[in-house]
Design a protein around this ligand. Structure first.
Ligand SMILES: [Zn+2]
Ligand SMILES: [Zn+2]
Length: 138
């Protein structure tokens, strides 16, 4: 079981099952959405169950287009998850409490990374999207 929550602890969630396709996106939109060098994000695996356990009423959703969006805590501003419509698509890894069992598999949109970010680690880097259909959202 994976648990996480926002900076102020108003909002908590639980995932029964696993995450998949962990990646870090360095595009300007993800940098702003996560206030950092990149996003660190993983999708809820098929057959896994995501549920809010506290503070769902404090979520604010920002839908950016084509049904995709983000949800964040309206008290402290932590970006918690990616949404597709009303469905939680994946979570920002920074808000998970313990080891969620996944590792960043790739860095994407490295062509537009911040100039001050050297990008560590040995995960493959792609200037834009990787040449694979596994990535369904930024
Ligand atoms: Zn909060
Ligand atoms: Zn991005």
């Amino acid at each position: 079981m994976i648990e996480g929550g926002c900076f102020c602890s108003s909002i908590r969630y639980r995932i029964e099952g696993a995450l998949q396709h962990a990646r870090s996106c360095h595009c300007s939109r993800c940098r702003k959405a996560c206030s950092g060098a990149s996003s660190a994000y993983a999708e809820i695996a098929p057959n896994s169950r995501f549920m809010w356990t506290a503070g769902e009423d404090k979520l604010t959703k920002h839908i950016s287009g084509h049904g995709w969006g983000l949800a964040f805590c309206s008290v402290c501003g932590s970006t918690l998850c990616g949404m597709f419509g009303e469905q939680v698509h994946g979570v920002a890894l920074g808000c998970i409490d313990d080891d969620p069992g996944v590792r960043i598999e790739m860095h994407i949109f490295v062509g537009s990374k911040a100039p001050w970010d050297p990008i560590g680690g040995d995960a493959p880097q792609f200037d834009e999207r990787p040449p694979s259909p596994s990535i369904s959202a930024e």
